[in-house]
Each structure stands twice: as structure tokens, then as C-alpha cells.
Design a protein around this ligand. Sequence first.
Ligand code: ADP
Ligand code: MG
Length: 731
Amino acid sequence: MEAALEHIPDPSSGYSPRALGTGGPLASDQLLAAPLKSLPRPSILDAPITKLKGAGPKLAEAASEMGIASLGDLLRHLPHTYRDRANPVGLGNLRLGEEATVEVEVKSAKLRPTRRRRLTILEADVLDPSGKAKAVWFNRAWLADRLQPGARLLLHGKLEKRGFAVSEHEFLDGAGDSAGLHTTGIVPVHPASERIRPQKLREWVWQAAPMARHAVEPIPGRMRRELRMASATDSIVASHFPVDDHQAEAARERLAFEELFLYQAALVSRRGRRVSGNKGVELAPPGAEVAGWVESLPFSLTGDQRRALQEIDDDLGQAQPMQRLLMGEVGSGKTVLALYAMLRAIEAGHQAGLMAPTETLAEQHFCTLLSLRASEAATATLLTSATAPAERRNLLDSLASGQPQLVVGTHALIQDTVEFSSLAVAVVDEQHRFGVRQRAALDAKGPGKRLPHVLHMTATPIPRTLSLTAYGDLDTTALRELPRGRQPIRTRLVDEEHRAAAYDFIRERLREGRQAFVVCPLVSDSDAIEAKAAEAEARRLAKTELRDFKVALLHGQMSSDQKVRAMDAFVAGEADVLVATTVIEVGIDVPNATVMLVEGAERFGLSQLHQLRGRVGRGSHESFCILFGDPESEAAKARLEAIAGEGDGFALAEVDLSIRGEGEILGTRQHGLPQFRAATLPEDTALLLEARRRVLELRERFGSLEAPGIGPLMDEARRRFGDERVEQLAA
Ligand code: ADP
Ligand code: MG
């Protein structure tokens, strides 16, 4: 109980809380039970930055573009680097080319005329006890008036042949206690923008720093002691104005931990709220029907699939609603598992639904389900906006009347008019494309007050560390093992010199009766330009290298009719080659296609290349991926080397993460990932794991993260990662 008592005011301090209304003293058990959520009270840290000197409305607007609106935001805007100016040097001891900070007195100053209109040069003779020099400023004409003889300044810059070239200066007279802020000691450099210079941010942070004492401390005291962790206040101040590198890193680490800790707390409690008090539909173990269906599949499940199946069975047998994420690349066999979960519901006399983000995907899923003989095992229906009204009415009636059946659809499934009498299992494809509200709407479709078991699916493999950040509120299952018969794909990076040989190779494959994809480079954001390029390439190939073969074309500017015809021709084998833009990234399955040629491969992202490559290797023939590309940058080179050397999507995702960092990889909004200010992944993986462990431990010890003894943890978590508010609105 030690930790719990820590936040209870000590009576000997003279402060004793009174009950609201009666004014009587509160008993200690009342105090312990009281939700010590901080009441929404105004904090100076919520004040707008216009409170600061030198922060007018214009600059404030520019700051808000960078996510800095309040003083609190500003204090959480951490430096991305520091300049070490801790050792001032005498003018007389400077060497040519050396960068340094010097403290000088002005003897005289003058503007030197130049022939170029846009260039002004300001020169000042300056001296210090060790010597003298000529200080030079470019385009700072307005300074001339202030450089009066006798003025004292700190200059930071570099000694060049023509003089000491000044990059930053500071007047010492009347500079108050911020003297040296820009030019001495360890100088923080904050991420700036075109409209706000780092100097401005530094001045603001300096003014705001004393307010850091109002920072909320979300990490419980006992844990802080165990981890020997500085306070939030000290860490904020030290991260902006450290005494040395070591302190700067320690402070950043503490703030990164805090951030990850809060985020994990938000995820864990979100999950907690869904499962606590909300019951799912406890299903009996699988019966003969489902078992028979599994037996009847034309293939045997992979080890990963079997393991996943076991996990799903365990989930479905619980009163707690399932909340599982199934990750696996296209073709890894997720749909079989989804169908399994749905059939389990139906066998038990309930209903099941699968929701996909687009009509095309819903249709595709429906086809896959049919190919897996879903309709022999259950009544299965497709519901999209294209469903005929009469059919739709029938479906809705039978759903409402409780007929056990399975529905595949788009958002149409969660409309108010759709009433399930007993939705026990729901599958959500590409779950990151659905919002919190939509997930809540799906939950509301459960029978009575109970929630459906939910299985989320995603084809985007993401590294384990990120899945913890993005999906920390879900149990996860990964399918890494591809179904048997899937061939590894040989990937080669080919330079221009070997282009002819590559076409030779492709022609051989085509003569053997195989087919090939040719993907044109990402030209720009314009579909039209991309379509043109694909057209031109198709024409070129049909006249030259691939003139003996039938070449078809597929791009985003074609009508859906044309697209279907092109696809059909390729699927039927009437066309040997399909020249396409990246539209083929989304689900197309032609087992006879064994070559994927990508033009301008350096322009594609790693996961995109991997998805493209996944279009081949689906039949029994050996498959190849040929990448034409000119790695212009280090990152492009790293990507191409990775894709050529690695076939596993999860491993590639790890590589991608280390090349790009988590912000870019997951497009924060797309995956519901927050933008962290102090933490960066994957570098802070160890902190992330520790934060998660600590959150779970805390919940274990106190029963709930909202327990009063924990202090303001959840309030702060909600404030910073507030998608819970959205969820409450939706509920
Ligand atoms: P995903 O949904 O992950 O893209 P699917 O479930 O649609 O993958 O599976 C892709 C194809 O592989 C389907 O045609 C499916 O029937 C088949 N398949 C699934 N599991 C296996 C397996 N264990 N062995 C062989 N084929 C499989
Ligand atoms: Mg599928």
C-alpha cells in the first residue's frame, strides 16, 4: 500500500480534504477509493505561447503549424541536436577554419559596398584580451547601427581568411540572465521551420523553462524510485538546457519512457474497458461440422495456421470477447482462418460477419470464401451498396430473425438498418482503415449487451516493436510461413548494361508458356502521366523486345470495363505480358505468371516492392523478380539490396523501419500511430518493452490503471493520446 498512500495528502501538512457538500472530513478508505483524477483545472502550461515575449500572432500561427500552441507544447518540443559551445576561446588563439564562440568588444563597424544587390557585408573590428580580428556578417545591414564602439558581444562562427564569419551573435549589454543563451555552453537546436528560426524557439523555451515545474508527473513515485528516474520537470529543463551530453541523453530517455509509458497505458486501458464488464459470446469447443470442414479443405494447414487456429479457439471459448490481430502477407492464408472463426459461430447457432474497407475487397473475400466451400458449410451472403434492394431486404430480415449465417460486406454492415440478432464473430479486414467509431458500431451489433468476438486482419507485416505501439490493445498472431507449394522468388537487381540479357531471359520464360508482369515506374502523383508512361512502354515492348508476344495494358485511367477485360485476358492466358502501373498491387492471382519486372525500382518503397513481387510465385513454377533501377540515394540502395536479399515480409519490415524510422513507415494516421515527441523507434525498443511491462505490472498490482494510488497517469494518457475521447463519444 506504500505507493497508494503516496498521493494522499499528509494530515500533518495541515491540509485535509473535505467532503463535497457536508464539508466533513473524509475517512481514509473514502480517500483511497476516491478517483484522484485531476479535476480539469487551468494550468499555466495550457496558456498560449503568445504569453511569451516575442511571440506575436503571426509567429504563434507558424508555431501552431508545428504542433506548438501552448507553453506545454513548447516545453515538449525537444531539441533534435545540441551545439557544444562550452569552451570559449580567445581571439588570439583561433586557428584558421576553427569554429568557436568568442566574447568581444567592438572597436568600429562599417558596411562594405558590394556589387551584388542582394548581398551586404558588415564588418567590425573586434578585440578581446588575447587579440583582435575582423568580424564579418552577411546580409545583416540593420545590425550596423547597433555595433557601436564599446558594445560587447558573444559571437559564434568560424575563422576564415577574410575574418571571423559570424553565424550567431548575442549582445551582452542588457541581455539579462539569458546572456550566452545562443552562443555559450551546450546550445539546444530545436526542430524549426521556414517561418520560425531555431533562435526564436530557443528564446521562447528559455522564457518558458521556469514553467516546467507545473508539468504533470505521470510516473508513479515508487516506480520512479525503482527506475532511478528524474522528475518530469527536471527532465524537461535538462533536455533543453543540459550541462553536458550525458545529461541531455538521460533527460531525453526519461521523457521518451514517459511518452511510451503513457501510450501503452492508453492502449492497455482501452483494451481493458472493452473486455471488463463486456461479455462476449462464449462458444463451445468446435463440433463435428467445423472439424469436417477443416478436413475437407484441399490442403493441409501450415504450422502457423494451426497455431493461429488454436489461439482463435482459445479466444472463442472465453467469455471475454476476442480482440485479435492476424498479420500475414497476401496469400499467407488468413482467409481460411477468418472463415474458420466465422463457421465456429455459425455451428453454435450464431451469426458472423466479415467487413472489408472497399467493395472490391469485399467481393474478393467473398470469392475466396466460396472457393473454400463456405457456402457448403453455411448460408453466405454478400452485402455491398451494389446489392439489389430486394435481396438486401431479404438478407436484413433473415439476419434480424436470427438465421445463422455469414455476411461479407463493406461499411454497409455497420449501418443502423442492419440488425444482427446474434453476431458472435466479426472479422475486420485491414483494420487500420476503420476508425474507432466504426469499430464501436461493430461492437454494438453484438447480441444484447454482449460484444462480438473480433478478428482483425492485416496484410501489412509490421515489425514486432511497432505492432506493440500501434496495436498494443490487441493480441497478435503472425502468419510467417507461406502455404506449401509457394516458391521462393529469385530477385535480381539489373543494371542498364544487362537489360538486353534480361529480356532474353523473359522471352525464354514466355516461350515456355509462362507469363510476365511489367510494372512501370511511379512517375509522379499524377495518374494520367503514369498511365501515359505505361501506354508508351506497352507499345514499345510490343514493337521491340517482346514483339513475338501478346502484350496487354492495365492502368488506373482505364474504365472498370476495360480493366476487367485486360485482367481477364491475362488470367485466361490470351495475353503473355501485362504492362501495368501499380494498380496490380491489389489482389490479382495468376499462378502462371512467373516474372515480375519492375522499372524504376528505386522509386518504390520497400513494402510496395515486396507486394509487387508477391504477384508471382503463386503457382508451381519457379518465379523471378527483375528490378531495373538506379539507386540514386543511400536509402534507395539499401532498399534494393534488402529486397534482393530477403524474401520474408516481416524481416523486410524491420529493415524498412531501420531505414526510414517509424513515422514514415506507418503514416501515423493511417495506422493510428501517434506522433512521438521524445521517443523514436526502433531505437527506443528497449524502453517500449520496459514501458509496456511496467504498465501491465501496475495494472496487476492496483487492479486498474485508474486506481487512485497511481496518480494522474490515465488523465495524462488521455490528454496526450486522446483517441479515447473519440471512443467515448462513439459509445
Ligand atoms: P490471404 O487472405 O492471407 O491473402 P488466403 O487465405 O486468401 O490468403 O489464401 C491464399 C490462397 O492460398 C487461397 O487460394 C487459399 O485457398 C490457399 N491456401 C490457404 N492456406 C493454404 C495452405 N495451408 N496450403 C495451401 N494453400 C493454402
Ligand atoms: Mg485474402
